[in-house]
Design a protein around this ligand. Structure first.
Ligand SMILES: [Zn+2]
Ligand SMILES: [Zn+2]
Length: 275
């Protein structure tokens, strides 16, 4: 098969997976936010910039998958000198080296913890200096909803999720862990962006919750620049960035008006290159 045809096939396969998942998430979060909204008022389908979020929702998984495969092929060639297709498949098929010898569930846990640690520091990096203009796109949602979870600039995705995944797979962890790590991260990232007042009580220190992450999306004065962890708040506790005020819920989201982030996807993709 030619490369363009393979790309078309990857796009088709990815979209075929996203559609049922999207419908399921829409049903789940419509019901949950009806009863436990963090910021009651309007349902997710009436949020500002809904179309922008829907575009990212379908575009991001396709982009991520194509670039993940590309980086894996490039990495195997540059680092391990593997250039043959069969060798490449054998190399990644069930992982390689000592990490691949561990039970699959342990590799999955290791993957989650190690990637979350790297993502914590990358996230802090994106909140500083020259990187912020890429990450500002993610923070530009003023109505924060589960569907806002995919709003990431490609540069942010690339020097973030994609790179971290590739590093761990190149280190030897079996791609088979993705069978449950993948659905977990998809659900969990939609969950932390959902309009829910859930803190999970004492488990707020164990797993990132909607209230935890919604505080991260508030303005600096309200407590932004805290709660950088994607999945495990333990990084924020360890490094002094944890913030979940008692008996209080986050109210306002978005970036400062003077940053003038465009509302539609085309303008957002170009935004960092114009600043
Ligand atoms: Zn952030
Ligand atoms: Zn977020």
């Amino acid at each position: 098969m030619s490369l363009p045809m393979e790309v078309v096939e990857v796009i088709g396969q990815t979209l075929a997976k996203i559609v049922p998942v999207t419908i399921a998430l829409a049903v789940v979060f419509t019901v949950l936010s009806h009863f436990w909204a963090c910021n009651p008022g309007k349902p997710w389908w009436r949020k500002r910039e809904l179309l922008t979020d829907i575009c990212y929702w379908f575009f991001v998984p396709v982009f991520a998958r194509i670039f993940r495969i590309g980086l894996l092929v490039l990495g195997a060639s540059v680092v391990f000198n593997i250039n043959d297709v069969d060798e490449l498949i054998a190399f990644y098929d069930n992982g390689h080296g000592p990490l691949a010898q561990l039970p699959l569930w342990l590799q999955g846990v290791l993957f989650l913890v190690a990637s979350d640690f790297m993502l914590y520091w990358l996230h802090r990096m994106f909140h500083g200096g020259g990187f912020w203009k890429y990450h500002a796109i993610h923070h530009s949602s003023e109505d924060l909803e589960w569907i806002s979870a995919a709003r990431f600039h490609p540069v942010n995705l690339f020097i973030g999720t994609i790179m971290v995944d590739v590093i761990l797979l190149m280190a030897g962890i079996s791609p088979n862990v993705m069978l449950w790590v993948g659905p977990f991260t998809t659900f969990h990232s939609a969950f932390v962006h959902a309009n829910l007042n859930w803190t999970l009580g004492p488990f707020k220190y164990v797993l990132a919750t909607p209230v935890f992450h919604r505080w991260h999306h508030t303005a600096l004065e309200e407590g932004g620049n805290t709660n950088f962890a994607g999945t495990f708040p333990v990084w924020d506790i360890l490094f002094g960035t944890f913030r979940m005020p008692e008996n209080q819920l986050p109210q306002e989201y978005g970036v400062d008006d003077d940053q003038q982030v465009p509302t539609e996807i085309g303008g957002q993709l170009a935004y960092p290159f114009r600043h």
